[in-house]
Design a protein around this ligand. Structure first.
Ligand SMILES: C[S@@+](CC[C@H](N)C(=O)[O-])C[C@H]1O[C@@H](n2cnc3c(N)ncnc32)[C@H](O)[C@@H]1O
Length: 330
């Protein structure tokens, strides 16, 4: 017999995702941060229908996010704490993002992508993700929050895994809030750094004021020009784009790269043992949302070749991301 219960739970996994999304949107873990509360108290604080909120909390208790106590109160669990807004690697922005009509609407077009090879987001919404976010500031803010907390989870590991000692300047290309740049600057006090991104996403001041003397920011497009540097750091950038657009980005970098400089991609590498499932589903997310893909080491090497660079090494971190280093070819 096939394992039908397992199959059933894979088929209905979207129900759990939807319930977690609503909990995140209502801020239930924040409301429970100081201790257990009654249902009527929570319903009042969230302006929700009390009995129905009870059904949501009951369902989420069965998957371990909250706990129904014998005295009638509800408490958050260790897992539920992950949805608190005030923890550095909070998953609340991710949970809020995946439940938006924009995100669900794009995923509903996965079949269209599989049939045609086209981007699902554009099929659903008529524009690319970056244009959509520029036009929808609230969603844009949640996405940027989500990237910042996701990057916070790996930033120290990247700053420690790669040897930055021979470099003097670094540009975090498509760096958003600059979380990765700040981790690198904090650990390597000889470096100066610039965060570079579209106007809708670029940080305008450092998160850590102590880094201000070595920190700057610039807005622009990596399809046009990036500031000259001896190192470019690109985390979760090339996986957003199809091959021809990646080559265009790499050619822009090549123009600004000093002769002995490095390009450092921070990405998941497809087929890295232990991370196959995460990378494969991230690959589908790239197909659906920005229209990119995850890649193997050989596929990154081919992109570098086409962009006038050559892959020189791959340094794995103890997280899901690796640092893929390239230098000028020839
Ligand atoms: C997946 S996010 C990664 C953000 C950041 N590197 C991180 O990992 O947290 C992709 C970033 O690319 C930026 N981006 C998209 N198109 C761009 C362009 N044409 N020029 C510069 N940045 C761009 C987005 O604004 C966004 O911040």
């Amino acid at each position: 017999m096939p394992d039908l219960p397992r199959l059933r739970s894979l088929i209905t996994a979207f129900q759990v995702s939807a319930a977690v999304h609503v909990a995140a949107d209502l801020g239930l873990s924040d409301l429970l941060a100081q201790g257990p509360r009654t249902l009527s108290d929570l319903a009042g604080a969230t302006a929700t229908h009390e009995a129905t909120l009870g059904r949501l909390l009951h369902a989420l208790s069965t998957v371990g996010l909250y706990e129904e106590r014998s005295d009638g109160t509800y408490a958050t669990t260790d897992l539920g704490e992950g949805l608190r807004s005030d923890i550095p690697e909070t998953l609340r922005p991710l949970a809020r993002t995946v439940g938006t009509p924009t995100h669900w609407g794009a995923w509903q077009q996965l079949g269209h992508s599989v049939r045609t090879g086209e981007n699902a987001f554009e099929a659903a919404h008529g524009v690319d993700v970056w244009t959509h976010r520029a036009d929808h500031p609230v969603e844009n803010e949640i996405f940027n929050d989500q990237m910042a907390s996701r990057t916070a989870a790996v930033a120290t590991a990247v700053a420690e895994a790669y040897d930055f000692s021979g470099l003097s300047s670094i540009v975090d290309v498509g760096g958003g809030r600059g979380v990765l740049l700040e981790a690198v600057l904090s650990r390597h006090p000889h470096l100066v750094g610039t965060v570079f991104d579209l106007p809708q996403a670029v940080a305008t001041e450092p998160i850590s004021a102590a880094l201000a003397p070595r920190w700057s920011s610039m807005s622009g497009s990596f399809f046009e020009e990036v500031p000259d540097s001896d190192a470019y750091l690109l985390k979760s950038i090339l996986h957003d784009w199809p091959d021809d657009r990646c080559v265009a980005i790499l050619r822009t970098l090549r123009r600004g790269l000093r002769d002995d400089g490095v390009v450092l991609l921070v990405e998941m590498v497809l087929d890295r043992p232990g991370y196959e499932r995460a990378a494969a589903f991230s690959d589908l997310n790239m197909l659906v949302m920005p229209g990119g893909r995850e890649r193997t080491q050989d596929e990154y090497a081919a992109l570098f070749d086409a962009g006038g660079l050559r892959l020189t090494r791959v340094v794995d971190t103890d997280t899901h991301v690796s640092v893929i280093e390239a230098r000028a070819a020839g």
